[in-house]
Design a protein around this ligand. Structure first.
Ligand SMILES: Cc1cc2nc3c(=O)[nH]c(=O)nc-3n(C[C@H](O)[C@H](O)[C@H](O)COP(=O)(O)OP(=O)(O)OC[C@H]3O[C@@H](n4cnc5c(N)ncnc54)[C@H](O)[C@@H]3O)c2cc1C
Length: 385
């Protein structure tokens, strides 16, 4: 199957071929060991920093390659073709740097960007809470000012945080602010690491912050919460939440690319298998029951590619990004599931990667905004017009 993006420039093609080679040599051989817990996912993620593949878009002096967002998508596609969790972990690790930059905290960024890009430190971003998933205005995590000095005090809980249980540097959003937190500070606690249906090896953490003190230079944004005459806290959604909305378009395009890359892998396996597998004295691809499935799978893959390309060309259009994420993630899951069907019994075992692809890609209908939230955004865009 063709890669998701067509009409690549010479430079993009060269980059794609380099990362494909890297992924074949440095990621593919370790997938099973990550899956079975024999090696830690970070043993594969961290070395990517030496190649500039963690902070790809950052300057070379920090450990990046100063590449474009399109290159970032190409890299994600190549990695996800082999392993979605490896790419999720890589992406989450550099995310704090993107957030710090979005608040224009250039001096602070200088301290952290190098170690994050080079894979010397692991990062994560913390939005989701037990009571605040799709609806982040329900966040309870809160920053309070210590009047004796210029520090803030952080209290709250975050769950489903990629890299959360192994991260060194966290960017934590609360209902009235966002700050950088280091995991060796007093009051930070990893409550648990989740066991997952797929994405084996991913470190998904439930975290607690108990009176964590935040020095002034680690504050990205803070808004004092007003209290009414009875002393009750007022205010809900803050501009800290709105500040992260600028990332949603690019992030959703990225999730769509990740989904299609996983689907492409499953599709390739299914097509090859359908030609090689003989039943009733024929290759099963000669049965319409199978070849029509392949026709639908390829059609959905191609439609997903077209939507993703349109959304990437209009990267800050949230409506298109939501549509491409919804379509790509739903259909990639269907493609992977049909791939299992085409392989029959062996598809349900780990002898082929299709069962892993199905379990892994299922997350993308939930993470980064659920299908239902994408549908909500799309219908809003339609009726607004
Ligand atoms: C593997 C994994 C990695 C993750 N990584 C991170 C991370 O690094 N950082 C982070 O902050 N978060 C992360 N998340 C959290 C993820 O973004 C949330 O799980 C997601 O946003 C959904 O929130 P929720 O799970 O609380 O579901 P809920 O919001 O409780 O939703 C439950 C159901 O209700 C539906 N629903 C909710 N509101 C509406 C509505 N208005 N209309 C219709 N249906 C609705 C949802 O679509 C869903 O079907 C991760 C999650 C997973 C599983």
């Amino acid at each position: 199957m063709e890669s998701i993006f067509s009409n690549l420039s010479k430079d993009e093609l060269k980059f794609q071929s380099e990362v494909n080679e890297y992924c074949d040599n440095e990621i593919a051989p370790y997938i099973e060991d990550i899956e079975n817990g024999k090696i830690d996912i970070m043993d594969v993620v961290k070395p990517m920093g030496k190649k500039g593949y963690i902070g790809l878009m950052y300057a070379k002096e920090y450990g990046g390659l100063r590449k474009s967002f399109k290159h970032e998508l190409l890299l994600a596609e190549s990695i996800c073709y082999h392993s979605l969790p490896v790419d999720m972990s890589r992406g989450a690790s550099i995310y704090p740097a993107n957030l710090i930059r979005s608040f224009n905290k250039i001096d602070t960024l200088g301290k952290y960007i190098g170690p994050l890009c080079k894979g010397e430190k692991i990062g994560c971003f913390c939005f989701t809470e037990p009571d605040a998933g799709s609806d982040l205005s329900r966040m309870k995590t809160i920053y309070e000012k210590d009047d004796a000095n210029s520090e803030l005090i952080l209290n709250g809980e975050k769950r489903f945080i990629t890299n959360g249980s192994v991260a060194d540097i966290l960017v934590v959003y609360g209902r009235n602010g966002a700050c950088i937190v280091k995991s060796d500070w007093e009051g930070f606690e990893v409550v648990e690491e989740y066991n997952l249906m797929g994405l084996h090896g991913l470190h998904l953490g439930h975290l607690k912050f108990n009176n964590v003190r935040i020095p002034e230079d680690h504050i990205l944004f803070f808004q004092e919460i007003r209290k009414d005459s009875s002393g009750k806290r007022k205010s809900g959604k803050t501009s800290a939440i709105s500040s992260m909305q600028q990332f949603l378009g690019p992030e959703r395009a990225m999730l769509a690319v990740q989904a299609l890359a996983v689907a492409r892998r499953a599709l390739e396996v299914a097509i090859k298998y359908s030609v090689e597998r003989i039943q009733f004295k024929k290759s099963i691809s000669e049965f319409e029951g199978i070849s029509f499935k392949i026709a639908n799978m390829v059609t959905n893959y191609e439609a997903g590619r077209a939507l993703v390309e349109k959304s990437v060309a209009n990267i800050h259009n949230g409506y298109l990004a939501a549509m491409s994420k919804l379509f790509a993630c739903q259909n990639s899951y269907k493609i992977c599931d049909e791939a299992i069907q085409i392989l029959g019994g062996i598809g349900y075992t780990d002898k082929y990667p299709v069962e892993r692809c199905t379990r892994d890609v299922r997350l993308l209908r939930i993470g980064g905004g659920t299908d239902e939230i994408m549908q909500y955004i799309i219908q809003k865009g339609i009726y607004r017009k």
